[in-house]
Design a protein around this ligand. Sequence first.
Ligand code: UTP
Length: 309
Amino acid sequence: MTDPAAGPVTKAVVTVAGLGTRFLPATKATPKEMLPVVDKPAIQYVVEEAVAAGLDDVLLVTGRNKNAIENHFDRNWELEAALEAKGDLERLARVRETVVVADMHYTRQGDPRGLGHAVLCAARHVGDAPFAVLLGDDLIDPRDPLLTTMLDVRTRHGGSVVALMRVPADQINLYGCAEVDHTPRENDDTGTDDIVRVTDLVEKPEVADAPSDLAVIGRYVLDPGVFDVLRKTSPGRGGEIQLTDALRTMARSGDHGPVHGVVFEGRRYDTGDRLEYLKTVVRLACDREDLGPDLRAWLKDFVGAGMGG
Ligand code: UTP
């Protein structure tokens, strides 16, 4: 019998159960993952990213207000009929795209007791196979396929893989931070600039104590052994069960294979932060053929005129 733990990754878990307090009051009755990034909600970019990496079984770990997300990926017959009657086939196609994007599943976190706890809620659906985790408010530009690289590292080395990004040293206290080993190994691509062996992890360290400037960002490929580790992980920083703490245990013990880091140098957008969200919308809209030329011209005038002051 084949061992699913050694098999390919086919499932993605997307966490969307956080409270989104940084975006209140917009997120009082609407999940932050439904905020529009140009004309698609953030969550749709994330689901499309999973599918582009070959993972079309997508489990969303949701919390309160899950209806808006479920409805978004479901059919809306009235809307489709109205667009059809008007002959607006382009918009009709865009509405239908959201339904066929992936094989969607949902589970509920109940109490938002941290990212580690949200991942644990996926245990039954995931079973004994490795899986990917994507944070629903963290967007990776589709032109920079990070997840595909991470899946490839898992295929070659087993264990788990985290995405890392260099951040200014004085901002590392906002992230999980990785201690890494750059020592090259024989017959191995680890220890290169962009694939490193993770030896330790710490959630939101004090700037002075941070082992590096490598921050953990919202993409993971995890060995299913993480579930056992999470069950034994006590609440950590902020009283929450931290995924970083479980990965720290795995990196230090090596019990469920190595933990590697892929150092990402592409474009990442944190849509859970108000300023980053605004920048994301402007950047992505500027790149669009339909909106970009007019928006760029307007921005130039706006900035040139002292920003509307
Ligand atoms: P954040 O750290 O951004 O927390 O979560 P948050 O509660 O969503 O937002 P703020 O900080 O209050 O504004 C990172 C990711 O982990 C998920 C979130 O949905 C987001 O994808 N998460 C966090 C859960 O699913 N459950 C939790 O209990 C906590």
